[in-house]
Design a protein around this ligand. Sequence first.
Ligand code: COA
Ligand code: AMP
Length: 624
Amino acid sequence: MSYAESYQQARREPDQFWLKQAQSLAWYKNPSIGFATDEDGNDRWFPDGELNTSYLALDVHVEQGRGDQTALIYDSPMTGTVEHIRYSDLLDQVQRCAGLLAQQGVQKGDRVVIYMPMIPQAVVAMLACARLGAVHSVVFGGFAAKELAVRIEDASPKVVLSATCGLEVGKTINYQPLLREALALAEHQPEQVIVWERPEQPLTEAGLLRWQTLLDSAEPADCVAVKATDPLYILYTSGTTGKPKGVVRDNGGHAVAMRYSMSALYDVQPGDVYWAASDVGWVVGHSYIVYAPLITGCTTVLYEGKPVGTPDAGAFWRVVEQHQVKVLFAAPTAFRAIKKIDPEGEFIQKYNIESLRTIFMAGERLDPPTLEWTEQKTGKPVVDHWWQTETGWAIAGNPVGLEQFETRAGSACMPLPGFNVEILDADGRVQPPDTQGFIALQRPLPPGCLTTIWNNQARFESGYLRQFVGYYVSGDGGYKDADGYLYVMGRIDDVINVAGHRLSTGEMEAVIGAHPAVAECAVIGIRDELKGQLPLGLVVLKDGVYVDDDELSTELTQRVREEIGAIACYRQTVIVNRLPKTRSGKILRATLRKMADNETYTVPSTIDDPSALDEIQPLLTSNA
Ligand code: COA
Ligand code: AMP
């Protein structure tokens, strides 16, 4: 089916369209109903279907003769390891890990928090939970103890799975003190914390169980049938408040969306080598390191390394050549980092990248110079595609598996079938082409998107569904051109994007605001050539408090590292006398951001005292 036919059918007859896509999967009980609304008014897919996601990712391929095919390549320049794991071996490992969890009492519906580096056991752990119908919640290994604690508290896991350490360039991150601190902070206490002992860091902390030892006595566990609408995982993401929100993904809709996107968008077939250079802690890792490639019967690459420095700017091209990667997916930041070190693309010439057909980028806006550089130096087409943790797969992109559209720099191309993208003004009116507004998705959302916020249906409704009746509001602003190409211009809320990582300025403000010298503060994301955006804190001191500016700045940087994580990259603090606000007391963050980025801005008519902005301008522009 062409793109136009697919898009129209998915819009007019979503039930039929998605039930047809669902037929490509091995359900235990085939769904007869496409879309329905549950008792909370949430859109749900395939409510009478039954399946097991781990079965779809592993068993079915072994049953169909793919047992000897490599399922996962673990490539770790951090440890000098390259390991090929066959489908039959991965199945075996997952069965035993599921047995281990079952032995600890984990059952269908129980939560398991997974705080892991990029090692095969992270993938095994996710699939083992799915096998039992347990709900995993993977926490990115770069988050600090407090972030882990917040997630443990909210997800209330029966078991936490972890490892003794993560590896960063030049340093070993010992997870054990982080686990201890997180457990001390969280009220909820898991029954067990089970830790994979890595050779780089022995298990020393009392009270932690050694994963390898438990495996010795674990019986392989079979798949548990779950309803399509049962949750597969919770993935926490940054919102506008200090508390992250637990995006809930179901089993059935997710599996269908994963499989469909692999053929329609990425044009990937069973047996192809697919590499998403992300981390299992992010949605890209969930969808395109683990679930989609395995459900499709591809070989997925799990890369424990960086685009540069492990050992050099040729790392990506080395992996492509060595593993014959067909599709590479990474964040634009990664290519900006490579370009900075290797502007002429000399490293690319050292490797044979013939196997590579397309490079996909997402996670942040793809700036035209990075698009052009990558296309020019690699000679490969680059596809920008736009999505979010909430949607689980791309809302818009060049659907090369259906039809190849011409690339337009700055655009994420066309909405994918199932995503009814509209640009709305503040009153919810659909906007004509070339007019900027809120990017909203007309409901129902297609399979694979979030079904609610864990423990917080009210936040799901107020955060996404209430602003415009009948629509999901994405939090991004942008426009469509006359040909239907979508241009995503950035967040219209207080979420920022640092090196493709989504962070909440509200969370950083909560950390900074807790410093005894700080009366109030605002964190904004300012433009950065490498990481897209970096946070900058504007801080008002308490009356009568005198501090050394540099000392305070260092202390605040340290606090954000300790409470959120180094990944926040918070390093810049500017002390100001007051913050510009509206008459109702709202800080004018968007105006401050434009000012810091040297963009033109209009002073809002609602401003309380315009001189507050004038005072800040020289401080911000000298910082830029
Ligand atoms: N565990 C612990 N710490 C981590 C971590 C992890 N998993 N990941 C990152 N960090 C730390 C880093 O060590 C660094 O700490 P430092 O301030 O002490 O040096 C800090 O967090 C920032 O890390 P990072 O953003 O990786 O910055 P960098 O300067 O080391 O590397 C890039 C720059 C561009 C190479 C890197 O940001 C990158 O690879 N970006 C692509 C991101 C990506 O793939 N995102 C996927 C989303 S789809
Ligand atoms: P995350 O939930 O971490 O995947 O981050 C989602 C956010 O990243 C989106 O809401 C956008 O703001 C941004 N984003 C992701 N992909 C793109 C893209 N291709 N173009 C522009 N912004 C993007």
